[in-house]
Write a protein of this length. Structure first.
Length: 117
């Protein structure tokens, strides 16, 4: 099993920045990638960003490309999401997902980001 704990959410004004963290514990030896998703009120969960654990290749949703940066600290089994130029449309619960090499997925409980106009 893998446990994920997200942190760093909060209330920020439009144009501001936040940094989210997601720490993985448990059976973390076989990480394939870690991802960020978000779910806004009344909307479906959507992909935000991903990072491959081996090599560090990243990919972003068009809506956040150029504003958000995903990074990792392999020694700490932690993934980060640096969010800049936030706007009210970025308001959502942000979830971390751990993808194992064998294909299993694990989700965190989420952290709320609220962007005020």
């Amino acid at each position: 099993q893998v446990q994920l704990v997200e942190s760093g959410g909060g209330l920020v004004q439009a144009g501001g920045s936040l940094r989210l963290s997601c720490a993985a514990s448990g059976r973390t030896a076989s990480i394939y990638s870690m991802n960020w998703f978000r779910q806004a009120p009344g909307k479906e969960r959507e992909f935000v960003a991903t990072i491959r654990w081996s090599g560090g290749r990243t990919s972003y949703a068009d809506s956040v490309s150029g504003r958000f940066t995903i990074s990792k600290d392999s020694a700490k089994n932690t993934v980060y999401l640096e969010m800049n130029s936030l706007n009210p449309e970025d308001t959502a619960v942000y979830y971390c997902r751990f993808v194992a090499v064998a294909g299993m997925n694990y989700w965190g409980k989420g952290t709320l980001v609220t962007v005020s106009s």
